[in-house]
Design a protein around this ligand. Structure first.
Ligand code: ME8
Length: 520
């Protein structure tokens, strides 16, 4: 049977700077979902990449004394390195300077022109360079600054090509109405609906005052507006324009429409108004869902590369390990809302959930297996009354986890896994294997307790794996099992009793050694 396809994307990040906690946040979240969907039998295609054109990137290149191409070629490996460090399993990495993208983007613009949705006009208005966004006078914020980021805007006056965005207002509103899941969470959906209801203006889609961009095929003295160029990446990456025609072709074509675009809330309008209108104009189906997550805040402020208050992902990975890094951001910040992050709270989370609950469970249990059972998994027991609670939680975990992941509630999904982990810790306390080991009559019960707890750990590791792939793989390895990353039927793998008796259990180092230092 053919596996259902599941295409998910992150934004393509600007290469004006190196990856930081914010860009890593979106990418880790997308990776956790990609891993989970692979474990639940989907044919996943996970795309991330780089937005390499535009004035902002050209300016960064100039400030660094390089040509734009040399500059993007210098920065791109830093993103690849960061995603490797964070164990990101993207299936593709698109750069908008690649021929496959440039050709596809040009095809796309040609279609819009042929269909009558592009026209020549004159633009006069304001432009925010850091956000690469046009604003009209009445949209500007306090002291005539950018309403989005509060920074200075520049006056732009050029002859441009325009996209007839205004013609799509009613169709967009009808689409939101008919597809209530298209924009998530609901607060964002409402925000977009009220924005679109307020009226859409046609959008300038070309620039002539600089050259770092894709030339319009029908007017090569114009380069494509960087946002127009960037959004098209989601289809060029899966074969749009691949055979030189404005259609999908090639082995990846079946992935469109995407199941998910993951974006930060700063770029929701581009993804929920401009992009769907572009697709409607080109006669291409729309993605299923756009999910906008909140901002990571440090000391109450949005952390970003330009405000410079970013701790690097690499420094945190060095200190906490990659799995703990991924866990902290997925567990401590509710996906979809803003959340404060700090090294202090990371230390707390780490010690409470990872060192105490999960790490401690694995190490004491594997030690007891060694001590009381010679390091061998005992026979599968007939469950006693005292075991029922664990069996019940384990049996409910696939559905509980799935339900939460359907709404991208990572914190809730992890909490569901933690219910099993915490209950198993309590089960060990209550059953006191160290007492059962004292007499021959309780030998059977001792083995039953060890088996039940080991099996519970095996199952918990499965549900922890999308967020913490390395330690889950290690737990399975120590249990003498195969590679957890090969699991493609999670529900079947999580059926109670999967741990074979006689399997050799290895003790190993602490998975999450306690961190004692102060935060700073
Ligand atoms: O916008 N908290 O690229 P970009 C959470 N090239 N997420 C954050 C964040 C924070 N403090 N700061 C950044 C662009 N992000 C365009 C996208 S897509 C066709 C083109 C994340 O490098 C978040 O996902 O500015 C946000 O949407 C993205 O980085 C912006 O990255």
């Amino acid at each position: 049977m053919e596996r259902p396809s599941f295409y998910l994307t992150t934004p393509i990040y600007y290469v004006n700077s190196v990856p930081h906690l914010g860009t890593a946040y979106t990418t880790v979240a997308a990776d956790a979902l990609a891993r989970y969907r692979r474990m639940t039998g989907y044919d996943v295609h996970f795309l991330t990449g780089l937005d390499e054109h535009g004035q902002k990137v050209a300016q960064a290149a100039e400030q660094n004394g390089m040509t734009p191409q040399d500059w993007v070629d210098t920065i791109a490996p830093k993103f690849l390195e960061a995603w490797k460090l964070l164990d990101i399993t993207n299936d593709d990495f698109i750069r908008t300077t690649e021929p496959r993208h440039e050709a596809g983007a040009q095809q796309f613009l040609q279609v819009l022109k042929d269909r009558g949705d592009l026209y020549q006009g004159h633009y006069e208005g304001w432009y925010c360079l850091p956000d690469e966004t046009f604003y009209t006078e009445d949209q500007l914020g306090e002291n005539s600054t950018c309403p989005q980021c509060g920074r200075d805007v520049q006056f732009v006056k050029e002859d441009n090509w325009f996209f007839r965005l205004s013609a799509y207002q009613d169709r967009l509103l009808a689409y939101y109405e008919e597809h209530p899941d298209f924009i998530q969470p609901d607060t964002r959906r409402n925000e977009v609906i009220s924005f679109v209801s307020g009226g859409l203006k046609d959008l300038s889609v070309s620039r002539t005052t600089f050259t770092w961009g894709i030339p319009l095929p029908f007017a090569p003295e114009h380069v494509m507006y960087v946002w127009f160029d960037a959004l098209i990446n989601y289809i060029t990456a899966v074969g749009f324009g691949a055979d030189g025609t404005p259609t999908f072709s090639g082995p990846l074509a079946h992935y469109w429409p995407a199941q998910y675009h993951f974006v930060g809330k700063d770029i929701i309008r581009f993804h929920c108004t401009i992009w769907p209108a572009m697709l409607m104009a080109a006669g291409i189906p729309l993605p299923e869902k756009v999910f906008a997550h909140g901002f990571l805040l440090t000391k109450g402020e949005k952390m970003s590369k330009s405000t410079g208050n970013a701790v690097t992902p690499a420094s945190l990975v060095e200190r906490f390990g990659v799995d703990a890094y991924r866990y902290y951001f997925m567990r401590d910040v509710q996906f979809g809302t803003d959340g404060s992050v700090s090294v202090e709270s990371m230390v707390q989370r780490y010690n409470a959930d990872l060192a105490n609950d999960w790490g401690n469970l694995v190490s004491r249990l594997f030690n007891m297996t060694e001590k009381y059972c010679g390091g061998v998994v005992p026979a599968v027991p007939v469950p006693a009354d005292e075991d029922q609670d664990i069996l019940r939680i384990a049996a409910g975990l696939p559905d509980a986890y799935e339900l939460r992941m359907q709404s991208l509630d990572y914190a809730g999904a992890l909490e569901a896994a933690w219910e099993l982990i915490k209950r198993t810790n309590r089960y060990i306390e209550d059953s006191a294997p160290w007492n059962l080991a004292k007499a021959d009559e309780t030998r059977g019960r001792l083995e039953a307790v060890i088996y039940t707890a080991l099996e519970s750990v095996r199952i918990a590791a499965l549900f922890v794996a999308p967020v913490m792939p390395n330690t889950s793989r290690e737990v399975w390895r120590r249990l003498g099992l195969g590679d957890i990353h090969d699991v493609t039927d999670l529900a079947a793998a999580a059926v109670w009793g999967g741990l074979p008796a006689g399997s050799k259990v290895e003790k190993g180092e602490a998975l999450f050694p306690r961190i004692y230092e102060d935060a700073e």
